[in-house]
Design a protein around this ligand. Structure first.
Ligand code: KIV
Length: 264
């Protein structure tokens, strides 16, 4: 059955956890959907793990639409949320609604995600008013990496924690259906989760969030790169792929492939 924003709210009310993962293309979206994830995020993390940039500020609206289309062609059940990339919601409300609309109308997304708190509340309200569900994102905001100077735990002092709690409440009041909380101490993740009626989805925010999200390529070990402390690596898929590719190269060179079995 297709997951909706209402399904997620019900899961929180029933105390059941929400599983969210990223996907950026047709084959991985098929796998994630078939495995039963509630939400698939077409994250702008595709800039890092698919396009090879060293941060997400290079990702464009056209990149996001292209990858969202591939994902939504595959997905039957999960709610598909597409990230609004850097600068796509900072140039006036008209641009924000237009860009959110592209992800839904051209990409086929069910909802969009924006990074930030009260400073983007007017954009969020306008997008929701246009009929597009919005997921919030607070804590570590990767699109602001140049401003904050790196990727580290957020909300370290009481003032910053209170600001984050107020941001979370403002996002809920504006009509967000869920909020991602990235890279905060688990006590803060728990506190925000308790304060809100809408679900929280943690990434490095502790077990008490209503759900969890990870970047697919990180949890699968799809490439040989150091990952953040909050990543649990469930497989080492890069090794399996590399072994297969090496075997192919060797078979071609030694004429073991193709055999009669693969010939006409
Ligand atoms: O882009 C992304 O993958 C994200 C997750 C880290 C939540 O925003």
């Amino acid at each position: 059955m297709k997951t909706t924003t209402q399904t997620l709210l019900k899961l929180k009310e029933e105390g059941k956890k929400i599983a969210m993962l990223t996907a950026y293309d047709y084959p991985t979206a098929l796998l994630v959907d078939e495995a039963g994830a509630d939400v698939i995020l077409v994250g702008d993390s595709l800039g890092n793990v698919v396009l090879g940039y060293d941060n997400t500020t290079y990702v464009t609206m056209d990149d996001m639409v292209h990858h969202t289309k591939a994902v939504t062609r595959a997905v039957k059940n999960a709610l598909v949320v597409a990230d609004m990339p850097f600068l796509s919601y900072h140039q006036g409300i008209y641009e924000s609604v237009k860009n959110a609309g592209r992800l839904v109308q051209e990409g086929g997304a069910n909802a969009v995600k924006l990074e930030g708190g009260r400073e983007i509340i007017d954009d969020i309200k306008a997008i929701i008013k246009a009929g597009i569900p919005v997921m919030g994102h607070i804590g570590l905001l990767p699109q602001s990496v140049n401003k904050i100077g790196g990727y580290f735990v957020q909300g370290k002092d009481e003032e910053a924690q209170n600001r984050m709690i107020e941001d979370a409440k403002a996002l809920q009041d504006a009509g967000c259906f869920a909020i991602v909380i990235e890279c905060v101490k688990k006590e803060l993740g728990e506190k925000i989760t308790r304060e809100l009626k809408i679900p929280t989805i943690g990434i490095g925010a502790g077990v008490h969030c209503d759900g969890q999200v990870l970047v697919l390529h990180d949890m699968l070990g799809l490439y040989h790169k150091k990952t953040a402390k909050f990543v649990k690596q469930y497989a080492e898929v890069a090794n399996i792929m590399q072994e297969a590719i090496k075997n192919y190269v060797s078979d071609v060179k030694s004429e073991k492939f193709p055999t009669d079995e693969h010939s006409f």
